[in-house]
Design a protein around this ligand. Structure first.
Ligand code: HPA
Ligand code: ZN
Length: 338
């Protein structure tokens, strides 16, 4: 009998919640800072990594925006994405839907074209070289205003075929989904998928708003939805996917002990949970480490782990044929990994 850690390592998976700028490992950050001749605040990689202690989401975001500041050229964005895609492929990720934050770059004078060209070429090369499919989701920074989001969407339209949807991230509290109704309506009218971070730090009302006002197809995080029984029942009835990120929740003090992670309660309530890494370079693990941490803390069974991996494919923005192919490969893996 394969132990569950080994089983998880080889389990075919989808990753639906990962910020490419959050996969920026300190070693690569340092190398790119040198390549771009940018002075860096921290004296060493170790010193930088030691700063990765966060009391809440904002503590993390402050460092996250600082880190992405060394990304300047198309090659930088290519290297960043390729590094993530290699790690993901090495962890049996077969499909990834990757967030990127254009305003985090355009607001510092990096052209949208530079960002999208670098990311896109990495996705193309990964498909050929690593056998991994990946697509991009353009996120709006919710601490900025809707005008800026609308301008960003407009600016991105020449590359409409290079991203499959829009999302909403950054500082949640005080920035409800309602603020972004018009830009989401515009994006949906263009045939883009819609997702939003909601209920990570923010209240259940933000999850309602994401559903009713932004008409999202997945909720990113969604932990606090469990505080509202009516909302929980609705999410279950609609089979609304939640992209859950256990190590992120622990590192950002959304949960204080992995043993208290709401994933088990989500499964018991019939919610369609998926497991993801969020910002793996900052939170201490890629997707496998997230599966393993939560499996061990909650004592998840092998069947529960397989359900979570299957949910990743079911909740992906893939056509039915592709979903069936992935789910069949998952079944074959389970049959052989005895
Ligand atoms: N929450 C909100 N915004 C983010 C996150 C997150 O976990 N990571 C990167 N941007
Ligand atoms: Zn996130």
């Amino acid at each position: 009998m394969t132990d569950l850690t080994t089983f998880i390592a080889g389990l075919p998976k989808a990753e639906l919640h990962v910020h490419i700028e959050g996969s920026f490992e300190p070693e690569l950050m340092y190398a790119l800072a040198q390549r771009n001749r940018i002075a860096f605040r921290y004296a060493s990689v170790d010193e930088l990594r030691a700063a990765y202690r966060f009391g809440n989401l904002q503590d993390f975001l402050d460092l996250y925006y600082q880190g992405m500041g060394v990304l300047r050229t198309e090659q930088d964005f290519y290297d960043l994405a390729m590094a993530y895609l290699r790690r993901a492929a090495g962890q049996a990720v077969r499909h990834a839907e990757i967030f990127f934050d254009p305003q985090g770059h355009t607001d510092r004078g990096v052209a949208f074209k530079t960002v999208i060209d670098g990311l896109w070429h990495a996705l193309e090369d990964a498909r050929r070289e690593l056998g991994l499919s990946a697509s991009l989701i353009l996120c709006f920074l919710r601490h900025l205003d809707e005008e800026s989001a609308l301008k960003t969407l407009e600016e991105a339209l020449p590359w409409r075929d290079r991203f499959i949807g829009v999302g909403l991230d950054s500082s949640e509290k005080g920035h409800p989904p309602a603020k972004f109704q018009r830009v989401f309506a515009k994006a949906r009218s263009l045939g883009l998928h819609a997702v939003a971070h909601a209920g990570e730090e923010g209240p259940p009302e933000y999850v309602w708003e994401a559903l009713d006002l932004l008409k999202v197809e997945r909720i990113d995080h969604g932990n606090r939805a469990l505080e509202d029984a009516g909302l929980t029942a609705r999410l279950a009835a609609e089979r609304m996917p939640l992209t859950v990120c256990p190590l992120s929740n622990l590192k950002l003090c959304v949960v204080h002990d992995m043993k208290d992670h709401p994933l088990r309660r989500m499964l018991q309530a019939g919610l369609m949970a998926t497991l993801n890494s969020d910002d793996p370079a900052y939170f201490g693990g890629y997707v496998n480490e997230n599966y393993i941490a939560v499996q061990q803390a909650l004592g998840l069974s092998r069947d529960e782990v397989v359900t979570l991996a299957g949910n990743g494919f079911r909740a992906a923005f893939l056509d039915d044929a592709a979903k069936q192919r992935h789910l069949a490969a998952l079944e074959r893996y389970c049959a052989t990994a005895v």
